[in-house]
Design a protein around this ligand. Structure first.
Ligand code: NAD
Ligand code: TYD
Length: 353
């Protein structure tokens, strides 16, 4: 079996669902259920004995050690994190607790468990750390995409905390020999994405007749990957990645934010036209930019393709259409996540918009 952390969040839940759709190997899912964790993401696994959910913190060493001793996983896949840049600007401390201290404690628990394993299990054990392209900082317009050798130059509290966790993972391999793998992926999108992030926020705001808040000039570039392609990359790295290596994951889909917003509007115009005949793009509003906003991210995904033969299955056009359709088909999921805490966040972040 494998231990997944953060498996009630956006990517983690997609990963657990895909894993159990393709394999009978059980998953222990350790998630603190912060505002971003949602057990409804895992409704499809209700009553499925292959999925064992445990509410708890990766920083709770006693709990993690107990879970490892009890379930004896062959791998840990660490998704658990505070993940939203804007929240990290308002309140960085949770990011340090979970992303830095939490990863440290998880590594220590993994090390103690792994070092006591019998030789064959010890050999086969893996600790896969899920990270982000944001650790590399920002790119000039014509600069080549991030390779794994790019300098680590994080600019936000979020990316700095993720970079710190990547360094810890690396050090636990070099110093203690822990068999680690790290993936640094570009921006994900798809089903179950919490609507504080650009793509789901634009879809739910558009449908609710609200403003579509574009930061600054909307010309910041992100490199988008459909979430299930990220999950397939993680499975592939877990299966065949070289120990101690970092693999960049991306789909060669660089787009300025304003293009993303316009694409979503056009899809909604087609799939769920506004009752008044107006275009959704009329809801776009330009708002104050994010402090320290990185201008451009782009992933060079040649290493994972060359070494492990991984390629994304979706293009941006197919992935974004599936995503918009998923939000149209799942109004109950959307209503459920738009709780009081969500409304408080939206009021705080967009009050001046
Ligand atoms: P998310 O915020 O949707 O989910 C994070 C999950 O972790 C939630 O279920 C939350 O309850 C859980 N969690 C938070 N703190 C915890 C703790 N201390 N102990 C246990 N569980 C805890 O995030 P996501 O978008 O699914 O991202 C998952 C991982 O992938 C993160 O490590 C993130 O840095 C990385 N990543 C995300 C993206 C992206 O575009 N979303 C891109 C690249 C990498
Ligand atoms: P986000 O989804 O927060 O991901 P990240 O900051 O980790 O890349 O934001 C993606 C891009 O969209 C980023 O350049 C910020 C921008 N953005 C907006 O313009 N408006 C918004 O309301 C949000 C949430 C993001």
């Amino acid at each position: 079996m494998i231990l997944v952390t953060g498996g009630a969040g956006f990517i983690g839940a997609n990963f657990v669902l895909d894993w159990l759709a393709g394999s009978d190997e059980p998953v222990v899912n350790l998630d603190k259920l912060t505002y971003a964790g949602n057990l409804h993401n895992l409704d499809g696994l209700k009553g499925d004995a292959r999925h064992i959910f445990v509410q708890g913190d990766i920083g709770d060493s006693a709990l993690v050690e107990r879970l490892l001793a009890e379930h004896r996983p062959r791998a840990i896949v660490n998704f658990a994190a505070e993940s939203h840049v804007d929240r990290s600007i308002h309140g960085p401390e949770d990011f340090i607790h979970t992303n830095v201290v939490g990863t440290f404690r998880l590594l220590e628990a993994a090390r103690h468990y792994w070092s006591a394993l019998p030789a064959t299990e010890k050999e086969a054990f893996r600790f896969l750390h899920v990270s982000t392209d944001e650790v590399y900082g920002t790119l000039a317009p014509a600069a080549p995409a991030f390779t794994e050798d790019h300098r680590v130059e994080p600019n936000s509290p979020y990316s700095a905390s993720k970079a710190a966790s990547d360094h810890l993972v690396r050090a636990w391999h070099h110093t203690y020999g822990l068999p680690v793998l790290t993936t640094n992926c570009s921006n994900n999108y798809g089903p179950l994405h919490f609507p504080e992030k650009l793509i789901p926020l634009m879809i739910v705001n558009a449908l609710a007749g609200k403003g579509l808040p574009v930061y600054g000039d909307g010309m910041q570039i992100r490199d988008w990957l459909y979430v299930r392609d990220h999950c397939s990359a993680i499975r592939r790295v877990l299966e065949a990645g070289r120990l101690g290596e970092t693999y960049n994951v991306g789909g060669w889909n660089e787009k300025p934010n304003i293009d993303i917003v316009k694409t979503i509007c056009a899809l909604l115009d087609e799939l769920r036209p506004r009752a008044d005949g107006e275009k959704y793009a009329s809801q776009v509003i330009y708002v104050k930019d994010r402090p320290g906003h990185d201008r451009r991210y782009a992933i060079d995904a040649r290493k994972i393709e060359r070494e492990l033969g991984w390629k994304p299955a979706e293009t941006f056009d197919t992935g974004i259409r599936k995503t918009v359709q998923w939000y149209l088909d799942n109004p109950d999921w959307v209503a459920n996540v738009q709780s009081g805490a969500y409304r408080d966040w939206v009021a705080k972040q967009y009050e001046a918009a």
